[in-house]
Design a protein around this ligand. Structure first.
Ligand SMILES: [Fe+2]
Ligand SMILES: [Fe+2]
Length: 264
């Protein structure tokens, strides 16, 4: 079966009700014939090398193609001239590999819900959002001490340690809310406030910054940080599997990149 890059981008667009400006083909051309697809969280050097090793000429990444700060600094050259980005752009050019971003598309399609299932949460009691992108996901767990919840989640994630709010380990908690990926960061606190207004006691991140911590502390919310990458890659794997099902014979795989941070 001859599969073109445009077949893949059409399929990805069909996964959700809305369309998202950051998503779609970023590098390469839609009429390229696909040899294989590598899904990843960030298309970093290791992910790009894995694509070549696996014979994939399309990379589907959740996060942006380049390191691109939203506010350029006067005196700093444009980001597409930075060594780190030039190396990445050269890779696509030299190896004739296409890059497709699938960000809010994958979030709306499955990422937070798949993460909730991975953590063993029941069906959400609050599941709402805009045009199928349900940012507001809250779950009622069996009432349990905060410390017990933390221990359970550590096992689910295979972690020895996690960062959490300074909550008493014996405080009983029931309702948790999903703050996967970067959703629990200060720039997305509007979604965390919605969770709080739905009675959420504990935010399950994602990634939590110190500005956000001030909001959580003063709002009486507890939090548990499980990782931006880790909370999203599980959903990306599901999208890769669903793509393989939709295109029989197409080789898809996901790049596991959990070894890029050291805890000492
Ligand atoms: Fe995301
Ligand atoms: Fe993200």
């Amino acid at each position: 079966m001859r599969i073109l890059v445009s077949d893949l981008t059409d399929w990805l667009s069909s996964l959700c009700e809305d369309s998202y400006s950051e998503d779609g083909l970023q590098i390469g051309s839609g009429d390229m014939q696909v040899t294989g697809v590598l899904f990843c969280w960030f298309a970093n050097k290791a992910a790009r090398a894995a694509a070549l090793e696996r014979g994939a000429n399309v990379i589907v990444g959740h996060e942006p193609t380049l390191h691109d700060p939203s506010h350029p600094a006067p005196g700093c050259p444009p980001c597409d001239t930075w060594d780190v980005n030039v190396e990445s752009l050269n890779f696509y050019e030299e190896n004739k590999v296409a890059f497709v971003r699938s960000h809010r598309t994958c979030d709306a399609y499955c990422i937070p819900r798949v993460f909730g299932e991975h953590l063993g949460f029941p069906e959400p009691v609050v599941d709402s959002g805009w045009k199928g992108y349900n940012f507001t996901l809250a779950y009622d767990l069996t009432p349990q001490p905060f410390g017990q919840l933390v221990d359970t989640l550590k096992v689910k994630m295979g972690y020895d340690t996690v960062r959490t709010s300074a909550c008493a380990a014996d405080k009983i908690v029931t309702r948790v809310g999903m703050g996967w990926g970067g959703v629990a960061n200060c720039r997305n606190l509007q979604y965390m406030e919605l969770l709080r207004q739905h009675g959420v006691e504990v935010i399950i991140g994602g990634e939590i910054d110190e500005y956000g911590m001030e909001y959580y502390r003063d709002s009486g919310l507890e939090w548990i940080e499980l990782g931006h990458y880790a909370s999203e890659i599980i959903g990306m794997k599901k999208v890769a599997q669903d793509m393989a099902t939709a295109f029989p014979g197409l080789k898809t795989s996901t790049f596991d990149d959990a070894a890029h941070v050291a805890f000492r």
